[in-house]
Write a protein that binds this ligand. Structure first.
Ligand code: XUL
Ligand code: CO
Length: 439
């Protein structure tokens, strides 16, 4: 059964096209910096926002009544969702998907039954993957929705909940491996706290590290070669999430000797909630060799929560792809649209318009970023700005040849040379010119 019968395959028609169901910038086979756009972007569909979100918010119930939910049992729904997902990805030319265990199959009465249900749906997903060639970018565990995780999962005060979370992750890793997932994500759903008055943060963080070490050990045991990723977020659902931002996660990983095993999955809206730009978080990953993958979305400048909107801001996608390209491009990671249509965009066609908007925004960002790098506009400026470290006293500082005494002697003799302008506004106007003019 086809769920998007009136919509055909979305093709590239170029920037002149007025067809709302066509790509204006995403041209999958076009080569940008040595790779096709398809391989540079590695777009992924998020299973949860696309198939299971229904438009509920704290003030109102569902607005989206999807045709694939028009069947009786929860398991039949789960199967129909697989077919809808693959039809949508095929039509949008999306080569990957990302999922939580609980997105794909409903929980049963017991863990055993839940796992059986997962196996049944995973078999259907595998068939569709074989039929379409679509792959799994990453899998993850939803250890936050069920009420048992009220105090967290790996950081719960209740050891039986810790055990349950471990069991759930074990199974989610098994199925991610079975589906050929290229990464496995840990987003700390309820790993955080509401008040320090009742919280042993030391024990909770030690336990979180223990859980992650168990995942590393289990991956070795089963031969899972996917990349482990941690996805930082500063708040929501808890008021303070432990994986606050890139800097916090890197410090945590290093403290517990886990840094060799993990990279980061950076989400745009999480970066801005932490008071950073999207580019800042990617930049900090890049300089620490920790850029794994991206959750592509955007927040709203006026709202202080995770709105998970489809990314349409070309300025931000350009600067994000700039960091990704400077990092050498994605290897195992990609651009997962952790984005959902607005509650009022409740028709099936809105799913297409929003994915097209997001894919075009990133395709455009990719091209502008590539041109900025090819023309070396920022690179040469930055190199020149730090050129005092390439010779003389600067070189000696870098090479560790001098300490305070030698530098004091130098300063006493030479003082300091004049500073030069940082030229921020000039660079910003050049950036605008590239965004507007790049062909
Ligand atoms: C929540 C969020 C998650 C993770 C996966 O804010 O971003 O969907 O990406 O659990
Ligand atoms: Co996310």
């Amino acid at each position: 059964m086809a769920y998007f019968e009136t919509i055909g395959k979305i093709e590239y028609e170029g920037p002149e096209s007025k067809n709302p169901l066509a790509f204006k910038y995403y041209n999958p086979e076009e080569v940008v910096m040595g790779k096709t756009m398809k391989d540079q972007c590695r777009f992924a569909m998020s299973y949860w926002h696309t198939l299971t979100a229904m438009g509920n918010d704290p003030f109102g119930s569902a607005t989206m009544f999807r045709p694939w939910d028009n069947v009786e049992s929860a398991m039949d729904k789960a199967k129909e969702r697989v077919h809808a997902a693959f039809e949508l990805m095929e039509k949008l030319q999306i080569p990957f998907f990302c999922f939580h265990d609980r997105d794909v199959a409903p929980e049963g009465e017991s863990l055993e039954e839940t796992n059986k249900r997962l196996d049944e749906i995973v078999a259907v997903i595998k068939e569709e993957m074989k039929r379409t060639g679509i792959k799994c970018l990453w899998g993850t565990t939803n250890a936050f929705s069920n009420p048992r995780f009220v105090h967290g999962a790996g950081t719960s005060c209740n050891a039986t909940v810790f055990a349950y979370a471990a069991a759930q992750i074990k199974k989610a890793m098994d199925i991610t491996m079975e589906l050929g997932g290229e990464n496995y994500v840990f987003w700390g759903g309820r790993e955080g706290y509401e008040t320090l008055l009742n919280t042993d943060t030391g024990l909770e963080l030690d336990n979180l590290a223990r859980l992650l070490q168990m995942a590393v050990d289990y991956a070795k045991e089963i031969g899972f070669e996917g990349q482990f990723l941690i996805e930082p977020k500063p708040k929501e659902p808890t008021k303070h999430q432990y994986d606050f931002d890139t800097a916090t996660v890197l410090a945590f990983l290093r403290k517990y000797n886990l840094d060799k095993h993990f990279k980061l999955n950076i989400e745009a809206n999480h970066a801005t909630l932490a008071g950073h730009t999207f580019q800042h978080e990617l930049n900090q990953c890049r300089i620490n060799g920790a850029l794994g993958s991206v959750d592509a979305n955007q927040g709203d400048m006026l709202l202080g929560w995770d709105t998970d909107q489809f990314p349409t801001n070309v300025y931000d996608t350009t600067l994000a792809m700039y960091e990704v390209l400077l990092d050498g491009g994605f290897t195992k990671g990609g651009l997962n649209f952790d984005s959902k249509v607005r509650r009022a965009s409740f028709e099936e066609s809105d799913l297409f318009y929003s994915y097209i908007a997001g894919m075009d925004a990133f395709a455009r960002g990719l091209k502008v970023a590539a041109k900025l790098i090819e023309d070396r506009v920022l690179i040469d400026f930055v190199n020149e700005r730090y050129s005092s470290y390439q010779e003389g006293i600067g070189k000696e500082i870098i090479e560790g040849k001098v300490g305070f005494k030698e530098l004091e002697a130098y300063a006493l003799e030479y003082g300091h040379t004049k500073n030069t302008s940082g030229r921020q506004e000039l660079l910003e106007s050049i950036l605008n010119q590239y965004i507007i003019e790049t062909k």
